[in-house]
Design a protein around this ligand. Structure first.
Ligand SMILES: Cc1cc2nc3c(=O)[nH]c(=O)nc-3n(C[C@H](O)[C@H](O)[C@H](O)COP(=O)(O)O)c2cc1C
Length: 313
């Protein structure tokens, strides 16, 4: 189950009983790995009213209850960590928005302030601190949110990152913030933590993001010490770069790291095909699982029925 914000936390970003019950049900259906929704690593990174947060001791008890409930039903649990960056919401965060560069974001969002190098380092420590809190709460690890236009993804973008320091310019430089953030998270979360990083290409394709850029990104994540890549797409089976291959297949050619693919997988047979055809090592099912808490149970029944054996409980 990929991360999906629901806005059911309380005003301070704490986990509520409703949040625990929602994830517990999906774990109880037999979901293997649940990546809990984007959780802010510091106040300025808050984006959604009712979005979860992980930066003060007050957030710990709720996160602990959440990890405990998911584990009690037999699933593994990661917490996705986010800084909203240019997509953060001042009304929720009570702070000015910050970004890689002061470039006007889409929509009616406020012009962000460009982070200084010192701010970048501080932000990386916020990710690391949130990861430490997640581990203390009992999660199996964390996922760094490097997708969908939020702060770390904005650094990867040619349009939204026009810096001329070590974090801008070449693709190597634009990936640096993600590599360093993952390294800091690894350091604070510990060697035993499962560390995933999610990325997407979406708008970057219109900015000329190339197969070579993809290779640099993947190398940067390997250098960051991640265990698991999470490829977010609009359509898992869609072709990229006129290669006849999906993004997941291209990523798998670039690395031996296990990969998760997400995007448009609705039916159990779609998820099965995503894995059997090598688009990813794991298939993430979002909207369908949000709508149907028992999706995983249904999938196990259907897929095992096809193979003529018993569902594995
Ligand atoms: C309501 C909603 C909330 C989402 N929240 C997040 C999020 O917190 N973090 C994230 O990386 N992606 C988020 N996504 C994207 C999903 O994880 C997933 O990649 C996307 O929905 C495509 O997969 P699907 O077609 O199976 O739903 C969200 C999607 C939806 C519909």
């Amino acid at each position: 189950m990929p991360p999906m914000v629901r806005e059911h936390g309380d005003d301070d970003g704490c986990v509520t009983d409703d949040v625990v019950a929602y994830y517990r049900r999906r774990a109880a259906a037999g979901t293997g790995l649940i990546i809990v929704e984007a959780t802010a690593v510091e106040p300025a990174g808050r984006t959604w009213p009712g979005g979860l947060c992980a930066y003060t001791p007050a957030h710990l008890p709720g996160l602990r209850a959440l990890a405990g409930a998911i584990h009690a039903e037999g699933a593994a649990a990661l917490l996705q960590l986010v800084h909203g960056g240019p997509k953060a919401t001042p009304r929720v965060s009570g702070r000015e928005t910050v970004a890689a560069s002061a470039v006007q974001p889409s929509g009616s969002r406020a012009m962000p302030r460009a982070l200084t190098v010192e701010d970048v380092r501080r932000t990386q420590l916020h990710f690391a601190g949130a990861a430490e809190l997640a581990m203390e709460a009992g999660f199996d690890g964390v996922e760094v949110h490097g997708a969908h236009g939020y702060l770390l993804d904005a650094f990867l973008s040619r349009k939204y990152n026009v810096r001329d320091d070590e974090y801008g310019g070449s693709m190597e430089n634009r990936v640096r913030v993600l590599t360093e953030t993952c390294r800091s998270v690894r350091e604070w979360a510990g060697a035993g933590a499962l560390l995933a990083c999610r990325f997407s290409l979406f708008n970057k394709l219109h900015e000329g993001f190339s197969p070579a850029d993809l290779a640099t990104l993947v190398r940067g994540l390997e250098a960051g010490g991640v265990d698991l890549l999470h490829v977010s797409t609009l359509a898992v089976f869609g072709e990229y770069f006129d290669t006849g291959r999906s993004l997941g297949q291209l990523v798998k050619e670039l690395t031996d790291l296990p990969t998760i693919v997400a995007g448009g997988l609705r039916e159990p047979a779609d998820a099965e095909r995503a894995v059997s055809q090598g688009h990813g090592d794991m298939a993430a099912v979002g909207t369908a699982m949000m709508r149907d808490a028992d999706w995983s149970r249904r999938a196990a029944g259907l897929l095992h029925e096809e193979k003529g054996d018993q569902p594995a409980g």
